[in-house]
Design a protein around this ligand. Sequence first.
Ligand SMILES: [Zn+2]
Length: 231
Amino acid sequence: MSATQTEKAPCPQCQTELTIELYETINTSMNPEVVARLMQGELFKYRCPGCGATGQAFYPVLYNDVAHKVMVQFTTTNDVNVAQQYIEEHDERKKQFDAMGFPMSDYRIVIDPNDLVEKFQIFDADFDDRVMEVVKVFYKMSWLEENKFYRNVIFRFAKGNGEPFFFVMDEQGNVLTRLRFDRDYYEMIKGTLRLNEIDSAVVNENWAREYLDQHIADFQSGDETNSETND
Ligand SMILES: [Zn+2]
């Protein structure tokens, strides 16, 4: 059951009182409408019934994907202490569950609402986010190599309608292009990662880059990857 709260807040445009529904947990098997809003990146959006103004109201939420046995906590803050607290609470629960013989779902922490949506898309499409983040690093390196005008871009996985793809966006979030997602490449990376050695609640681009720094030799055997790094 997902605990729902409602909160009242004045519209920033016209001061009409808005009623905003807050979910503590979103469970894939129980709230299809809410899950759909999350998937479309609309979970936090509101529309004022008085003046029609729209905006976003962020709040912490736990997305629980029961089918894929993974939970994603969105923190709303980039305060590392808050993230650390969530992780410790999770570790505590995990210990209790393990002691009772129930293995607990995997756990992730995200601080960006776009990351929450992307995690949803990755898990819902039956992929592993650890593999996906590493795939994204390689896609991004080769894209930047071919598009030297850009110093940095953001890759976002999207499930699509059966044909997954990556959005390539500039740092302001404008979509520059879409790239086809290559399943064979994903499987190749998956086979190279030491997945059973990875147990991290934070799985993002920085995590993937650190992993690659530590395991670059795993990726160099068999091809002539040119691993020059500038940092
Ligand atoms: Zn209003």
